[in-house]
Design a protein around this ligand. Structure first.
Ligand code: PNW
Length: 506
C-alpha cells in the first residue's frame, strides 16, 4: 500500500506536455518571399553594428522551406509539442487585416497540418517581437507606444483565431513583454531601438530618440491591454467552439539575497520578482500592477488601469507562462527609484557579498546557471497566484565557446546536457513534491537560430545548424538526453532519475 502511494505520487501526469520552442524571425528566413511585409527587426538589423558581425536573419535557418525535415527531427526525438510564432507581416504585410497575404496563410496552414499529421501539438505565439514596420513608418513613436496598437493587435489576433483556430488549440498572445519594453525602449538593443541619449547615440538614428525611464512602462501597459483585448476576443467569439486555451509567457529569473545575513536583502528578492514576473502576472490575476511597483516607482511613471481595463485584464489567462533561464543575487536599496534601472527590480549580480558565484556563466553574458531557481520561482508563482496552471515555455542555455568549436565537438554539448537535466529535475520536484501545477515544459530551442543582437554567434539549439555549410542540421547529445528524459519520466518514478547520470541516458 505504501508502495502504491509512493508510485502514484512520484510519476508525472501522463498528459504532461514535453516540447521545444522557436520563433518566426529567428528561424524562418524567407524575409521577402511570397508577399511577406517588413517587420521592425528587418529594419533594425540593417543599421551598421546593431547586430554581431552585421549578420541578418534574411535566411536564418530557412525553416520556411525546411520545416518538413525539422518536423522529422521532432518526431525522431519523441517531442510531441512544438512552440512556434506567427510572423504578423507574413500574414498581414502592412499589419492590417484589410490586406491578407494568402501565401502566408497557406504557409502556416501547411506547417500546422504537417505538425498535426506527425502527431505534434502546435503552440502558437502571436507576437515574438516582429512588429509590422508599416506601423513604425507612421511616426517614430507609433509602435507599442501608440495606444491604438491595442486595436491593431486585437484585429490581428482575431484574424488568427478565425483562420487557424480550428487546428491550433494553444495560443500565446505575447512573448516576454519585459524584453520588448526594456530591449526596445529602455536600453535600445532591440527593435525599434529607442532609448535615452545616455544609453547610446544610436537610438537617435535608429529609433528616433526615446526616454528609458518612462517608455518601458508605457509600452508594457499597452502590451498588457493588447493581451487582454485578444483574450476577450478569443473568449467571446471562439473559445466555446474551438475549445482551446490562451495565455502569455513572461520571462523571469528567481533571485537570492546578496547578503544572506541582511534581512533587507530577502525583501529585495521579493521585490525583484514582483518587478519582473509580477509586472505581467499581477495584472492578469488581480487586475492591477504589483503594490511593490506602485510603492517604489516615483513620478507617475507607472500608468494605472481604468476600472474597465482592470476588469478586462483580471482573469485574462487559462495558464501562466514562464520563460526561465537564470538567476542572480540582489541587494536592497530601499530608496524609491527615479529611473527604470534603480526602480526596485534590483538587477541581479552573479556574485554575492562574499564573492560566491551563483552558477556557471553561459555564453550569453546575462545567463548564470541556477537550476534550483526554477523550482523556487514555480513555488513563488503557485503561492502568489492561487495555484494556477503553469507552462514553462522556454528554458535553455548557450554553451561557452560553442560557436568556435568544430561541429563534431559542439555536438557533444555536455554543458547543455547538465543544464537540461538539472532544470528538469527541479521542475519535476516542483510538480511531484511541491504540487505545483506545471502542465508542460518547452526547451529553447529546437534549432540554433538568429539570437537577436548576437546574430548566429550564440547557439541555443539542441540541434546544430551549420551556417557555413548549407544550413545542415545535426542532432546534439543534449537532444538525445532530452529524448531519453521524456521516455524515462514516462515510465519511471521521478525520484529514480536522481540516481541516474545524464551521460548514461544518451
Ligand atoms: C528569450 N535576459 O529572450 C527569447 O524569448 C528568445 O527569443 C531568445 O532567443 C532566448 O530568450 C535566448 O536569449 C531573453 O536578459 C532575452 O534575462 C534576454 C533575457 C531573457 C530572455
Amino acid at each position: 500500500l505504501l508502495f502504491i502511494g509512493f508510485s502514484c505520487a512520484s510519476v508525472l501526469p501522463s498528459d504532461f506536455a514535453w516540447g521545444a520552442a522557436t520563433a518566426a524571425f529567428q528561424v524562418e528566413g524567407a524575409w521577402n518571399v511570397s508577399g511577406r511585409g517588413p517587420c521592425i527587426w528587418d529594419f533594425f538589423q540593417d543599421f551598421p553594428n546593431r547586430i554581431y558581425n552585421n549578420e541578418t536573419a534574411h535566411v536564418a535557418d530557412d525553416f520556411y522551406d525546411r520545416y518538413p525535415s525539422d518536423i522529422k527531427i521532432l518526431q525522431q526525438l519523441g517531442i510531441k509539442n512544438f512552440r512556434l510564432s506567427f510572423s504578423w507581416t507574413r500574414l498581414l504585410p502592412n499589419g492590417l487585416v484589410s490586406n491578407v497575404n494568402q501565401a502566408g496563410v497557406q504557409f502556416y496552414n501547411n506547417l500546422i497540418d504537417a505538425l498535426l499529421l506527425a502527431g505534434i501539438q502546435p503552440y502558437v505565439t502571436l507576437y515574438h517581437w516582429d512588429l509590422p514596420q508599416a506601423f513604425n513608418n507612421l511616426t517614430a513613436q507609433s509602435t507599442w507606444l501608440d495606444p491604438d496598437i491595442v486595436n491593431k493587435f486585437n484585429a490581428y489576433a482575431d484574424f488568427c483565431f478565425k483562420t487557424f483556430g480550428n487546428k491550433v488549440k494553444y495560443w500565446l498572445t505575447l512573448n516576454e513583454i519585459e524584453s520588448i519594453a526594456w530591449g526596445g525602449y529602455g536600453v535600445g538593443s532591440a527593435a525599434p531601438g529607442r532609448c535615452s541619449p545616455s544609453f547610446g547615440d544610436w537610438c537617435q538614428q535608429v529609433g528616433g530618440g526615446g526616454n528609458s525611464s518612462t517608455e518601458p512602462y508605457l509600452v508594457a501597459h499597452n502590451a498588457l491591454l493588447a493581451h487582454a483585448a485578444a483574450v476577450q476576443t478569443y473568449r467571446k467569439n471562439y473559445q466555446k467552439t474551438q475549445k482551446g486555451k490562451i495565455g502569455m509567457t513572461i520571462n523571469s529569473g528567481f533571485n537570492l539575497p546578496w547578503d544572506s545575513s541582511d534581512e533587507d536583502d530577502y525583501k529585495a528578492v521579493q521585490y525583484s520578482i514582483a518587478f519582473q514576473y509580477g509586472w505581467f502576472a499581477d495584472p492578469q490575476v488581480f487586475g492591477r500592477y504589483p503594490t511593490e511597483m506602485s510603492e517604489l516607482i516615483t513620478g507617475n511613471r507607472l500608468p494605472t488601469f481604468t476600472p474597465e481595463q482592470s476588469a478586462l485584464l483580471k482573469g485574462s489567462y487559462d495558464f501562466l507562462g514562464l520563460n526561465y533561464y537564470a538567476s542572480g543575487y540582489v541587494h536592497w536599496t530601499g530608496i524609491p527609484g527615479d529611473n527604470y534601472q534603480n526602480d526596485g527590480r534590483y538587477t541581479g549580480s552573479p556574485y554575492n557579498k562574499t564573492g560566491h558565484l551563483i552558477g556557471p556563466f553561459a555564453e550569453s553574458t546575462w545567463l548564470n546557471v541556477y537550476p534550483p531557481g526554477l523550482r523556487m520561482l514555480l513555488n513563488w508563482i503557485k503561492a502568489r497566484y492561487n495555484d494556477p496552471d503553469i507552462y514553462i515555455f522556454e528554458n535553455g542555455v548557450s554553451v561557452p565557446g560553442e560557436n568556435d568549436m568544430p561541429e563534431a565537438q559542439a555536438l557533444n554539448d555536455t554543458f547543455r546536457m547538465n543544464y537540461i537535466y538539472n532544470h528538469v529535475l527541479n521542475m519535476v520536484d516542483a510538480v511531484v513534491n511541491d504540487k505545483v501545477r506545471v502542465k508542460g515544459y518547452f526547451l529553447w530551442s529546437l534549432l540554433d537560430n538568429f539570437e537577436w543582437t548576437q546574430g548566429f554567434s550564440i547557439r541555443f539549439g539542441i540541434t546544430y545548424v551549420n551556417y557555413n555549410q548549407n544550413l545542415t542540421r545535426a542532432i546534439k547529445n543534449s537532444a538525445y538526453l532530452y529524448q531519453s528524459l521524456i521516455g524515462y519520466l514516462g515510465t519511471h518514478h521521478t525520484e529514480e532519475l536522481k540516481n541516474v547520470s545524464p551521460y548514461s541516458l544518451i
